[in-house]
Design a protein around this ligand. Structure first.
Ligand SMILES: Cc1cc2nc3c(=O)[nH]c(=O)nc-3n(C[C@H](O)[C@H](O)[C@H](O)COP(=O)(O)OP(=O)(O)OC[C@H]3O[C@@H](n4cnc5c(N)ncnc54)[C@H](O)[C@@H]3O)c2cc1C
Length: 361
């Protein structure tokens, strides 16, 4: 799984909230020229900036966030003379698993090895480096993953953001068919009363219902993302979230609301889960199209291409898989899109496409 990326809807929501609070965002803008001008009749100076689009802007304060860069190449670090391999941008090159450098007995962790350069990752890297110092050559489960495995991200904007796992675009690139379950913070009572600004989104595998990514902007987003991370890491399905009782009145209720939204976009949502459980409880039938069509046609005596409730029941019995009247009624209700009270072969075989019985050898 690649590193978590910012979701576009979350980014747009931040822009909307910033703009609403009076922040003017100028994208793709650089300052070509600064000059200091005294305001008329005042002793202080203020700053006049000429922007790259030719316009001017005046301000009493200019603050630049220029980023950080490693200084491994600087001679006074002594790294080069110790034979430590330094990358072009000044980072120390390390083995990703053990964090050892190119020089025996020299390990590196933290900002000096480059991105993501965070407090949390630096601490984990330090632990890993010490573990590898004392477990050289031994297998240690602490070293199984790579130090740059995916992270949960917290961004300290107002309101804050948190995300983990795949965006819709990344998931689609990885071959998933995706639905998104998205809710505004005011979809839960705590949000509605105390912090209505923000949204929570689940990126969900449309075939399995598994949560692939969680993206949040709003109050406590950087806290809540850890629950989202557990959902993604545990390959949790939204059906499990829907059957979970969340404490009222908490922001975590948003996970259930988002799961409801995703469920409403699935062809075979939570309403189908009981039916699938019943139908696949005893595997052993190869539900090939040929097999299903043969059975379907043998029951569809008048050749109408549609089965009613009674015929559906007979069909399941003929496959050695009798099901209750209640399950049949649910299948009819959920499959019968045109509401004419019957099921055609396409609707019928789609149900069995979803049943994961291993094929008969
Ligand atoms: C403004 C700002 C905001 C940040 N916000 C966040 C955030 O919200 N979340 C997050 O996860 N991360 C954040 N970070 C990043 C985080 O602080 C760093 O990634 C983390 O501190 C790196 O840990 P480190 O041990 O590699 O380096 P440092 O924490 O920089 O520790 C290096 C230590 O080495 C000491 N040192 C340097 N040279 C020598 C020497 N020659 N001899 C002895 N000691 C020396 C330094 O004094 C320092 O104490 C932020 C950073 C900045 C600058």
């Amino acid at each position: 799984m690649p590193c978590a990326c910012q979701d576009l809807d979350v980014a747009n929501e931040l822009m909307r909230l910033l703009t609403e609070s009076g922040v003017k965002v100028l994208e793709g803008t650089t300052v070509d020229e600064f000059s200091y001008v005294p305001p008329p009749g005042a002793d202080d100076e203020y700053i006049k900036m000429k922007l790259n689009d030719g316009s001017t802007m005046e301000t009493d304060l200019f603050f630049a966030a220029t980023g950080r860069f490693p200084v491994g190449k600087n001679e006074e670090t002594g790294l080069a003379s110790a034979g430590v391999d330094i990358a072009d941008r000044g980072m120390i090159n390390i083995d990703k698993k053990t964090l050892i450098t190119s020089t025996k007995n020299v390990y590196a962790a933290g900002d000096v090895i480059g991105a993501p350069a965070l407090a949390s990752t630096s601490m984990e890297q330090a632990q890993r480096a010490v573990t590898s110092m004392f477990c050289e050559g031994e297998s240690d489960s602490a070293l199984d993953s790579s130090h740059d495995d995916p992270l949960s991200i917290g961004v300290w904007t107002i309101p804050e953001m948190g995300y983990y796992g795949l965006t819709k675009e990344q998931a689609e690139k990885d071959g998933y068919t995706v639905v998104e379950g998205s809710v505004k913070f005011d979809a839960c009572l705590r949000g509605r009363v105390f912090a209505p600004d923000g949204l929570l989104k689940l990126v969900v595998d449309a075939n399995e219902g598994t949560v692939l990514g969680v993206h949040i902007i709003g109050k406590e987003a950087a806290e809540m993302v850890h629950y989202g991370m557990a959902l993604v890491k545990g390959e949790t399905k939204i059906f499990e979230i829907l059957s979970t009782v969340y404490t009222a009145v908490t922001f975590h209720e948003l996970f259930k609301e988002a799961a409801f939204d995703a469920n409403s976009k699935l062809d075979f949502g939570v309403e189908w889960q009981e039916i699938f459980n019943v139908l696949q409880s005893e595997c052993g039938i190869d539900f090939s199209e040929e097999f299903l069509r043969e059975k379907f046609e043998s029951i569809d005596e008048d050749g109408s291409g549609e089965l009613d409730e009674q015929e559906m029941r007979a069909l399941f019995s003929s496959m050695g898989r009798p099901v209750s009247k209640r399950v049949i009624s649910n299948i009819m209700r959920l499959s019968d899109e045109d509401g004419n009270g019957t099921i055609d072969f396409g609707e019928f075989s789609a149900i069995f496409d979803k049943i994961s019985c291993p094929p008969i050898e």
